[in-house]
Design a binder for this molecule. Sequence first.
Ligand code: F6P
Length: 547
Amino acid sequence: MSSPTQHSAWQALAQHQQAMASVKMTELFANDATRAESFKASAAGWSLDYSKNRANTDTMKLLLQLVEQAGMKSAITGMFKGDHINNTENRSVLHVALRASKAQEALMVDGVNVLDEVRNTLAQMENFVTQLHSGEWKGYSGKKITDVVSIGIGGSYLGPKVVTEALTPYKKDDIRVHFVANIDGSDITEKLKLLKADSTVFIVSSKSFGTLETLYNANAARAWCIAEGVPEAEIKKHFAAVSSNVEKAVKFGMAEENIFPMWDWVGGRYSLWSAIGLPVAVAVGMNHFYELLDGAHAMDEHFKSAPFEQNLPVIMGALGVWYSNFHNAQTHALIPYDHYLRAMPAHIQQLDMESNGKANLVDGSGVETDTGPIIWGGAGTNGQHAYHQLLHQGTRLVPVDFIAPLKTHNPVADHHAQLFANCLSQSQALMVGKSLAQAEQELRDAGATEEQVAAIAPHKVIPGNRPSNTLLTEQLTPFTTGSLIALYEHRTFVQGTIWGINSFDQWGVELGKVLGTDIYNRLVNDTDNSQLDASTQALIAAFKTAQ
Ligand code: F6P
């Protein structure tokens, strides 16, 4: 895999950027009456308006050439057929298999039809969910289960949590679903306060079954159950696990019949479609979980087969590269105008930053370009009263994705029209800005003196020409939630492929884990810390003194 700078399209884009530097998006609209229509694409329930970008048809042509030259077609084919594209772990990357169409009979990976395993696990999940909701699954004292607590972290937490929250209008009301992730004891303590052990089931979700936070919280949950009167022999009525390491889960004390498998070919941050999504299925029921998978599958089909000029993940990925690498944008914001999607930026942050926060090409040599930007964001309109100031007048360029449903699940007076108006006005304001002349006129119209005009007007200038995408859907449903998340998964892959990196490993998180174990030993034992740096020594001493 060569550096993207070797591609002729990369060099052409660098030149083209200079030609575009002084071009205003407002001029692009003024000069092309069809721009809003032609810079638009749709798929799987979502329509993307990418007309408010610093891009003309030449830009898009060059970006798509870059996508071609990066080998996107064969990368997509390779992923879907199970090639070991995660080269540093020698693994296939097959989250798409988790949502494959029922019509597909086989997907052979290393001699195994993975679709059989996926379908068996879905059947196992369906059985579990049915038993919980019907009351057939009972706690040790014979009570129906009223609460399910998912224990997991990272990819074994964020995806299921975000989707469960997004699908709140579809929740079944007989079972509440909670999430515990942090090793901070306050997390589990606060959740346990809401629960009764005899009507609670814990799902311990850990692909490796070796993650410190999850094992600590699982142990705490087990100890709490026993303290609350669950007999040791009955503990299996209150625990299930999802893991690709069944052996470790059994060793931990999980009953084998309550362990749901997952596989090496599913990356943690891409795993919500597997049994890691069990909390979602419990919360909204299996039929809605299948609709979620169908939505993701529809986006997969689009990604696989749509021409690049109409391909949402390709267009969004290529535009992201345009800003990251040719406009020095350091971050990318996701701003859903939907309360139910308020946590989505955190999931996409993990998905993208753990995937594309890399400094080596696939062959191990160092990259010559920037790779993944910092992904951040939060729900509109809340952000407008917090960080949007920087988006409008700050010195940094922050490309934004606005995400909004056209219809609300909760009509309250005309709140939804106001919400939607705010979404549109933000992208409009980012693009049009406000000139000095406009600011001066505004002040004069308000009766300001010329001295006041001169002093205040510069502060009211908004540069504008700041880019955004707008993604719209009819309504947030299981289907459109699935397709939205799959869109961002593929966008991440598109960018990783352009940069020539492996988006599917995460070696960078290991060092912190190793050093954490060493420091922990120093906190709880008497150790000679004199070889450590003075700062770490003092911080360790502060902890020990406080205990
Ligand atoms: O520390 C990072 C990470 O390995 C993620 O990639 C993963 O989703 C998370 O930890 C949790 O891992 P596991 O599911 O194995 O507990």
